[in-house]
Design a protein around this ligand. Sequence first.
Ligand SMILES: [Zn+2]
Ligand SMILES: [Zn+2]
Length: 349
Amino acid sequence: MSEMPKVMRAWEVTKPGPIDQSPCPLQLVEKPVPTPQVGEVLVKILACGVCHTDLHVTEGDLPVHRERVTPGHEIVGRVVQQGPGTQRFQLGEKIGIPWFRHACGVCRFCRSGRENLCPHSTYTGWDHDGGYAEYVTVPEGFAYRLADDADPMTTAPLLCAGIIGYRAYLRAKVPAGGTLGLYGFGGSAHLTAQLAIQQGIEVHVFTRGQDAQKFALKLGCASAQGAYDKSPVLLDSAIMFSPAGAMVPNALANLVPGGTLALAGIHLSDVPSLNYQQHLFHEKEVTSVESNTRRDGEEFLTLAHRLRIQPTITSYPFEKADEALKRVAKGNLDGACVLKISDDHIAKK
Ligand SMILES: [Zn+2]
Ligand SMILES: [Zn+2]
Protein backbone atom coordinates (compact mmCIF):
# COMPACT_ATOMS: atom_id res chain seq x y z
CA MET A 1 0.00 0.00 0.00
CA SER A 2 1.36 3.39 -0.92
CA GLU A 3 2.30 6.09 1.57
CA MET A 4 -0.71 7.79 3.20
CA PRO A 5 -1.22 11.40 2.08
CA LYS A 6 -1.27 14.06 4.83
CA VAL A 7 -4.10 16.16 3.42
CA MET A 8 -7.31 15.30 1.65
CA ARG A 9 -10.18 17.05 -0.05
CA ALA A 10 -13.39 17.19 1.96
CA TRP A 11 -16.64 19.12 1.97
CA GLU A 12 -17.52 20.97 5.15
CA VAL A 13 -20.49 22.92 6.48
CA THR A 14 -18.85 26.32 6.97
CA LYS A 15 -22.00 27.99 8.32
CA PRO A 16 -25.37 26.19 8.30
CA GLY A 17 -27.98 27.86 6.11
CA PRO A 18 -30.22 27.31 3.10
CA ILE A 19 -28.46 25.13 0.52
CA ASP A 20 -29.46 27.52 -2.28
CA GLN A 21 -27.95 30.65 -0.68
CA SER A 22 -24.69 32.21 -1.83
CA PRO A 23 -22.07 31.42 -0.67
CA CYS A 24 -23.20 27.82 -0.33
CA PRO A 25 -23.06 26.57 3.30
CA LEU A 26 -21.24 23.49 1.96
CA GLN A 27 -17.69 24.16 0.75
CA LEU A 28 -14.96 21.95 -0.71
CA VAL A 29 -11.78 22.40 1.34
CA GLU A 30 -8.51 20.68 2.21
CA LYS A 31 -8.30 19.02 5.61
CA PRO A 32 -5.73 16.78 7.29
CA VAL A 33 -6.32 13.06 6.75
CA PRO A 34 -7.73 11.95 10.14
CA THR A 35 -5.66 9.70 12.40
CA PRO A 36 -7.44 6.59 13.68
CA GLN A 37 -7.80 6.66 17.47
CA VAL A 38 -7.92 3.62 19.79
CA GLY A 39 -10.38 1.11 18.37
CA GLU A 40 -10.73 2.95 15.06
CA VAL A 41 -9.68 2.22 11.50
CA LEU A 42 -8.93 4.67 8.70
CA VAL A 43 -10.94 4.13 5.54
CA LYS A 44 -10.28 5.32 2.00
CA ILE A 45 -13.72 6.21 0.69
CA LEU A 46 -15.04 4.81 -2.58
CA ALA A 47 -18.61 6.11 -2.46
CA CYS A 48 -20.91 8.03 -0.14
CA GLY A 49 -24.68 8.28 -0.37
CA VAL A 50 -26.49 11.61 -0.03
CA CYS A 51 -29.14 11.46 2.68
CA HIS A 52 -31.85 13.96 3.60
CA THR A 53 -30.21 14.19 7.05
CA ASP A 54 -27.13 15.72 5.38
CA LEU A 55 -29.44 18.49 4.25
CA HIS A 56 -30.73 18.96 7.82
CA VAL A 57 -27.09 19.21 9.04
CA THR A 58 -26.14 21.63 6.25
CA GLU A 59 -29.19 23.87 6.55
CA GLY A 60 -29.14 23.98 10.37
CA ASP A 61 -32.40 22.08 11.03
CA LEU A 62 -30.24 20.03 13.40
CA PRO A 63 -28.08 21.83 16.00
CA VAL A 64 -24.36 22.04 15.27
CA HIS A 65 -22.55 19.18 17.05
CA ARG A 66 -19.17 19.85 15.47
CA GLU A 67 -17.96 23.05 13.86
CA ARG A 68 -17.15 22.74 10.16
CA VAL A 69 -18.34 19.15 10.08
CA THR A 70 -18.00 17.04 6.96
CA PRO A 71 -21.43 15.47 6.29
CA GLY A 72 -22.11 12.01 4.87
CA HIS A 73 -22.99 8.73 6.56
CA GLU A 74 -23.61 6.15 3.84
CA ILE A 75 -19.97 5.33 3.29
CA VAL A 76 -18.35 2.44 1.45
CA GLY A 77 -14.59 2.20 1.48
CA ARG A 78 -11.56 0.07 2.20
CA VAL A 79 -9.55 -0.10 5.41
CA VAL A 80 -6.14 1.49 4.83
CA GLN A 81 -4.85 1.88 8.39
CA GLN A 82 -5.55 0.11 11.68
CA GLY A 83 -5.60 2.26 14.80
CA PRO A 84 -4.30 1.04 18.18
CA GLY A 85 -6.16 -1.96 19.60
CA THR A 86 -8.04 -2.89 16.43
CA GLN A 87 -8.34 -6.44 15.18
CA ARG A 88 -11.68 -6.85 13.40
CA PHE A 89 -10.78 -5.85 9.83
CA GLN A 90 -7.81 -6.61 7.62
CA LEU A 91 -6.06 -3.95 5.59
CA GLY A 92 -7.83 -3.62 2.26
CA GLU A 93 -11.12 -5.03 3.53
CA LYS A 94 -14.28 -3.39 2.16
CA ILE A 95 -16.54 -2.01 4.90
CA GLY A 96 -19.64 0.13 5.28
CA ILE A 97 -19.95 3.08 7.68
CA PRO A 98 -23.42 4.13 8.83
CA TRP A 99 -24.99 7.09 10.67
CA PHE A 100 -24.81 5.40 14.10
CA ARG A 101 -21.15 5.89 14.97
CA HIS A 102 -20.82 5.01 18.63
CA ALA A 103 -22.77 4.25 21.82
CA CYS A 104 -21.49 3.97 25.40
CA GLY A 105 -22.20 0.25 25.85
CA VAL A 106 -22.93 0.54 29.59
CA CYS A 107 -26.09 2.65 30.01
CA ARG A 108 -29.49 1.03 30.61
CA PHE A 109 -30.42 1.39 26.93
CA CYS A 110 -27.19 -0.14 25.65
CA ARG A 111 -27.55 -3.01 28.12
CA SER A 112 -31.12 -3.77 27.07
CA GLY A 113 -30.71 -4.04 23.29
CA ARG A 114 -31.74 -0.43 22.68
CA GLU A 115 -28.38 1.14 21.95
CA ASN A 116 -30.08 3.45 19.43
CA LEU A 117 -31.54 5.31 22.43
CA CYS A 118 -28.15 5.69 24.19
CA PRO A 119 -27.89 9.28 25.48
CA HIS A 120 -24.15 9.23 24.77
CA SER A 121 -24.43 8.05 21.17
CA THR A 122 -22.60 9.87 18.40
CA TYR A 123 -23.25 10.09 14.68
CA THR A 124 -21.18 10.04 11.52
CA GLY A 125 -21.32 13.33 9.64
CA TRP A 126 -22.79 15.21 12.61
CA ASP A 127 -20.63 14.61 15.73
CA HIS A 128 -17.70 13.40 13.65
CA ASP A 129 -16.54 14.07 10.13
CA GLY A 130 -18.30 11.89 7.58
CA GLY A 131 -18.07 10.66 4.04
CA TYR A 132 -18.09 13.73 1.80
CA ALA A 133 -14.30 13.32 1.91
CA GLU A 134 -11.51 11.12 0.66
CA TYR A 135 -10.82 9.50 4.06
CA VAL A 136 -12.74 8.90 7.27
CA THR A 137 -12.22 7.08 10.57
CA VAL A 138 -14.70 4.76 12.26
CA PRO A 139 -14.77 2.71 15.49
CA GLU A 140 -14.35 -0.80 14.07
CA GLY A 141 -17.21 -2.25 16.14
CA PHE A 142 -19.71 0.09 14.48
CA ALA A 143 -18.83 -0.61 10.84
CA TYR A 144 -20.32 -3.36 8.66
CA ARG A 145 -18.29 -5.97 6.84
CA LEU A 146 -19.18 -5.97 3.12
CA ALA A 147 -18.60 -8.52 0.39
CA ASP A 148 -15.41 -7.77 -1.52
CA ASP A 149 -17.37 -7.52 -4.77
CA ALA A 150 -20.16 -5.32 -3.36
CA ASP A 151 -20.72 -2.36 -5.70
CA PRO A 152 -19.85 0.75 -3.67
CA MET A 153 -22.37 2.97 -5.48
CA THR A 154 -25.42 0.75 -5.01
CA THR A 155 -24.38 -0.44 -1.54
CA ALA A 156 -23.94 3.06 -0.06
CA PRO A 157 -27.68 3.94 0.17
CA LEU A 158 -28.37 0.71 2.03
CA LEU A 159 -26.29 1.98 4.96
CA CYS A 160 -28.73 4.65 6.12
CA ALA A 161 -31.72 4.87 3.80
CA GLY A 162 -31.97 1.08 3.84
CA ILE A 163 -31.25 0.39 7.50
CA ILE A 164 -33.39 3.23 8.90
CA GLY A 165 -36.21 2.21 6.55
CA TYR A 166 -35.92 -1.31 7.91
CA ARG A 167 -36.13 -0.13 11.50
CA ALA A 168 -39.14 2.02 10.59
CA TYR A 169 -40.71 -1.04 8.97
CA LEU A 170 -40.23 -3.00 12.20
CA ARG A 171 -41.60 -0.11 14.29
CA ALA A 172 -44.66 0.15 12.03
CA LYS A 173 -45.57 -3.44 12.97
CA VAL A 174 -46.83 -4.38 9.52
CA PRO A 175 -48.93 -7.55 9.88
CA ALA A 176 -48.24 -10.51 7.57
CA GLY A 177 -50.03 -9.97 4.27
CA GLY A 178 -51.12 -6.51 5.40
CA THR A 179 -51.23 -3.05 3.86
CA LEU A 180 -48.59 -0.37 4.31
CA GLY A 181 -48.67 3.34 3.48
CA LEU A 182 -45.44 5.20 2.68
CA TYR A 183 -45.53 9.00 2.98
CA GLY A 184 -42.73 10.59 0.96
CA PHE A 185 -40.91 8.49 -1.61
CA GLY A 186 -37.17 9.16 -1.63
CA GLY A 187 -34.07 7.10 -0.93
CA SER A 188 -35.34 5.31 2.15
CA ALA A 189 -38.93 4.70 1.03
CA HIS A 190 -37.99 3.13 -2.29
CA LEU A 191 -35.86 0.53 -0.50
CA THR A 192 -38.49 -0.11 2.18
CA ALA A 193 -41.12 -0.56 -0.56
CA GLN A 194 -39.01 -3.27 -2.20
CA LEU A 195 -38.52 -5.05 1.12
CA ALA A 196 -42.25 -4.92 1.94
CA ILE A 197 -43.43 -6.01 -1.52
CA GLN A 198 -41.03 -8.97 -1.46
CA GLN A 199 -42.60 -9.98 1.84
CA GLY A 200 -46.10 -9.96 0.39
CA ILE A 201 -47.20 -6.58 1.74
CA GLU A 202 -49.49 -4.32 -0.32
CA VAL A 203 -47.80 -0.92 -0.49
CA HIS A 204 -49.56 2.42 -1.11
CA VAL A 205 -47.50 5.57 -1.69
CA PHE A 206 -48.36 9.18 -0.86
CA THR A 207 -46.04 11.84 -2.29
CA ARG A 208 -46.29 15.21 -4.01
CA GLY A 209 -43.90 14.36 -6.87
CA GLN A 210 -45.42 13.01 -10.08
CA ASP A 211 -42.14 11.36 -11.07
CA ALA A 212 -41.85 9.77 -7.63
CA GLN A 213 -45.42 8.46 -7.98
CA LYS A 214 -44.61 6.87 -11.34
CA PHE A 215 -41.41 5.42 -9.90
CA ALA A 216 -43.38 3.86 -7.01
CA LEU A 217 -45.79 2.16 -9.41
CA LYS A 218 -42.87 0.90 -11.49
CA LEU A 219 -41.40 -0.74 -8.38
CA GLY A 220 -44.66 -2.63 -7.83
CA CYS A 221 -46.52 -0.46 -5.34
CA ALA A 222 -50.31 -0.97 -5.48
CA SER A 223 -51.14 2.74 -5.74
CA ALA A 224 -49.51 6.17 -5.71
CA GLN A 225 -51.25 9.47 -4.99
CA GLY A 226 -50.79 12.92 -3.51
CA ALA A 227 -49.45 13.39 0.01
CA TYR A 228 -52.81 14.54 1.36
CA ASP A 229 -55.05 12.14 -0.55
CA LYS A 230 -57.40 9.60 0.98
CA SER A 231 -56.00 6.08 0.73
CA PRO A 232 -57.81 3.72 -1.67
CA VAL A 233 -57.90 1.19 1.21
CA LEU A 234 -57.52 1.62 4.98
CA LEU A 235 -53.92 0.84 5.96
CA ASP A 236 -52.67 -1.48 8.70
CA SER A 237 -49.43 0.45 9.04
CA ALA A 238 -47.78 3.57 7.73
CA ILE A 239 -44.30 5.08 7.66
CA MET A 240 -43.72 8.82 7.33
CA PHE A 241 -40.45 9.45 5.49
CA SER A 242 -41.25 13.04 4.59
CA PRO A 243 -40.14 15.75 7.07
CA ALA A 244 -43.51 17.51 6.59
CA GLY A 245 -45.46 17.25 9.85
CA ALA A 246 -48.51 18.61 8.00
CA MET A 247 -48.93 15.14 6.45
CA VAL A 248 -49.38 13.40 9.82
CA PRO A 249 -53.16 13.93 10.23
CA ASN A 250 -53.86 12.41 6.82
CA ALA A 251 -51.56 9.47 7.56
CA LEU A 252 -53.50 8.82 10.78
CA ALA A 253 -56.90 9.22 9.11
CA ASN A 254 -55.88 6.59 6.54
CA LEU A 255 -55.12 3.95 9.23
CA VAL A 256 -57.41 1.07 10.20
CA PRO A 257 -58.47 0.86 13.85
CA GLY A 258 -55.45 -0.40 15.78
CA GLY A 259 -53.09 0.71 13.02
CA THR A 260 -49.59 2.10 13.60
CA LEU A 261 -47.84 5.13 12.16
CA ALA A 262 -44.04 5.25 12.44
CA LEU A 263 -42.34 8.63 11.94
CA ALA A 264 -39.00 7.75 10.37
CA GLY A 265 -37.27 11.13 10.15
CA ILE A 266 -34.79 12.73 12.53
CA HIS A 267 -36.52 16.04 11.90
CA LEU A 268 -40.21 16.79 11.42
CA SER A 269 -41.89 20.16 11.05
CA ASP A 270 -44.69 20.82 13.53
CA VAL A 271 -47.68 18.51 13.41
CA PRO A 272 -50.98 20.40 13.05
CA SER A 273 -53.58 19.91 15.76
CA LEU A 274 -55.22 16.50 15.67
CA ASN A 275 -58.85 15.57 16.05
CA TYR A 276 -59.06 12.79 18.60
CA GLN A 277 -62.00 11.00 16.97
CA GLN A 278 -60.67 11.19 13.45
CA HIS A 279 -56.94 10.72 14.02
CA LEU A 280 -56.20 8.91 17.28
CA PHE A 281 -59.22 7.08 18.65
CA HIS A 282 -59.73 3.37 17.83
CA GLU A 283 -56.34 2.62 19.41
CA LYS A 284 -54.23 4.08 16.65
CA GLU A 285 -50.56 4.24 17.57
CA VAL A 286 -47.94 6.82 16.68
CA THR A 287 -44.26 6.13 17.21
CA SER A 288 -40.99 7.63 16.06
CA VAL A 289 -37.80 5.99 14.88
CA GLU A 290 -34.44 6.93 16.37
CA SER A 291 -31.43 5.79 14.39
CA ASN A 292 -30.99 2.02 14.55
CA THR A 293 -29.19 -0.70 16.45
CA ARG A 294 -26.28 -2.59 14.93
CA ARG A 295 -28.51 -5.63 14.94
CA ASP A 296 -31.02 -3.83 12.67
CA GLY A 297 -28.14 -3.06 10.34
CA GLU A 298 -26.82 -6.61 10.17
CA GLU A 299 -30.34 -8.00 9.65
CA PHE A 300 -31.17 -5.54 6.91
CA LEU A 301 -27.90 -6.00 5.01
CA THR A 302 -28.45 -9.79 5.08
CA LEU A 303 -32.05 -9.38 3.87
CA ALA A 304 -31.04 -6.86 1.19
CA HIS A 305 -28.50 -9.33 -0.15
CA ARG A 306 -30.92 -12.27 -0.07
CA LEU A 307 -33.89 -10.37 -1.56
CA ARG A 308 -31.63 -8.50 -4.00
CA ILE A 309 -32.87 -5.12 -2.85
CA GLN A 310 -31.25 -2.61 -5.15
CA PRO A 311 -31.42 1.15 -4.87
CA THR A 312 -31.99 3.17 -8.00
CA ILE A 313 -29.19 5.71 -7.94
CA THR A 314 -28.16 8.96 -9.55
CA SER A 315 -24.39 9.22 -9.56
CA TYR A 316 -22.63 12.53 -8.83
CA PRO A 317 -18.88 13.18 -8.98
CA PHE A 318 -17.28 14.04 -5.63
CA GLU A 319 -16.73 17.64 -6.78
CA LYS A 320 -20.50 18.13 -7.14
CA ALA A 321 -21.69 17.20 -3.64
CA ASP A 322 -23.33 20.63 -3.33
CA GLU A 323 -25.39 20.00 -6.46
CA ALA A 324 -26.39 16.54 -5.24
CA LEU A 325 -27.65 18.04 -1.99
CA LYS A 326 -29.60 20.71 -3.89
CA ARG A 327 -31.20 17.92 -5.88
CA VAL A 328 -32.23 16.14 -2.67
CA ALA A 329 -33.69 19.42 -1.37
CA LYS A 330 -35.93 19.66 -4.44
CA GLY A 331 -37.41 16.21 -3.83
CA ASN A 332 -39.25 14.19 -6.49
CA LEU A 333 -36.20 11.97 -6.99
CA ASP A 334 -36.02 8.51 -8.48
CA GLY A 335 -34.24 6.76 -5.62
CA ALA A 336 -30.99 8.00 -4.10
CA CYS A 337 -28.06 10.27 -5.03
CA VAL A 338 -24.57 8.84 -4.50
CA LEU A 339 -21.18 10.54 -4.66
CA LYS A 340 -18.48 8.64 -6.49
CA ILE A 341 -15.36 9.45 -4.52
CA SER A 342 -12.55 7.22 -5.78
CA ASP A 343 -11.86 4.22 -7.97
CA ASP A 344 -11.50 0.88 -6.29
CA HIS A 345 -7.97 -0.24 -7.01
CA ILE A 346 -6.76 -1.32 -3.59
CA ALA A 347 -6.27 -5.07 -3.52
CA LYS A 348 -7.13 -6.87 -0.31
CA LYS A 349 -3.98 -7.99 1.52
ZN1 LIG B 1 -25.34 3.74 26.14
ZN1 LIG C 1 -29.20 9.14 6.60
